[in-house]
Design a protein around this ligand. Structure first.
Ligand code: SAM
Length: 216
């Protein structure tokens, strides 16, 4: 089956950006205490629920996977871009990173204690979000935890150039209430919604923490 053009374009764009992305995103977890706090809280909830495997979906260079690992979580990364996965493997040789797409994860039903999608669902056309959330729910064990981070708002920011590279990337802004509604429909109970005003970003940032309800 041929894949949709938005998926090929996203993959090719991040392949082009990979080498420069690590430096671009370097300070994001250290300089933005709330980002780190959300991931730290997520790790604590996973551990309080007994631990288990956690997927960092759209892991990019692997920095979030690595932070979760440092926090004692059994984390691994999945990303669409082979160049990102290769970079993550080189940077964190002790951690596991695989290629994959979030709407079709190569993971067994109920096999995860947690899943983080940190600024990655923003690249899905919004009409594909329900499919991704159903996939997240499928791979999580009942009660499993989900953490999403995304830029808020309406519409899409399209970039033809980024970090000096030619790309074709869509960043879909999302409304937290809308995303929370979709999570509910996909079988999640939303446990926390945090909205942070922009620091150097263009829009407020949202973090949603949700817990999977038992399968019907
Ligand atoms: C903005 S970057 C964020 C990377 C990482 N989460 C971080 O914060 O450093 C978005 C990442 O999501 C990945 N991505 C985009 N669409 C994806 C999809 N459908 N499935 C898996 N990964 C995807 C991209 O390749 C890219 O590495």
């Amino acid at each position: 089956m041929t894949e949709p053009s938005w998926l090929s374009a996203t993959r090719a764009s991040y392949d082009a950006l990979a080498a420069d992305y690590a430096a671009y995103a370097a300070g994001d977890l250290d300089d933005r205490p709330l980002n780190r706090a959300m991931l730290t809280a997520f790790a604590a909830y996973v551990q309080a629920a007994g631990g288990g495997r956690v997927a960092d979906v759209g892991c990019g260079t692997g920095r979030v996977t690595a932070l979760l690992h440092t926090l004692g979580v059994d984390a691994f990364g999945v990303d669409l871009s082979p160049a990102m996965v290769e970079l993550a493997r080189r940077t964190y040789p002790d951690l596991r990173f695989t290629e994959g797409t979030m709407t079709e994860l190569d993971l067994a039903d109920g096999s995860l204690a947690g899943l983080v999608a940190w600024y990655s669902v923003i690249h899905l056309p919004p009409e594909r979000l329900p499919e991704a959330f159903e996939e997240f729910h499928r791979v999580l064990a009942p009660g499993g935890l989900l953490l999403l981070a995304f830029q808020t708002g309406d519409g899409v920011l399209h970039l033809d150039e980024a970090l000096g590279h030619e790309v074709s990337l869509d960043f879909h802004r999302l409304r937290p209430d809308h995303v929370a509604g979709l999570l509910d429909e996909a079988g999640f109970e939303v446990r926390a919604r945090v909205l942070r005003e922009p620091e150097e970003e263009r829009t407020p940032q949202a973090y949603l923490l949700a817990r999977g309800r038992g399968k019907a």
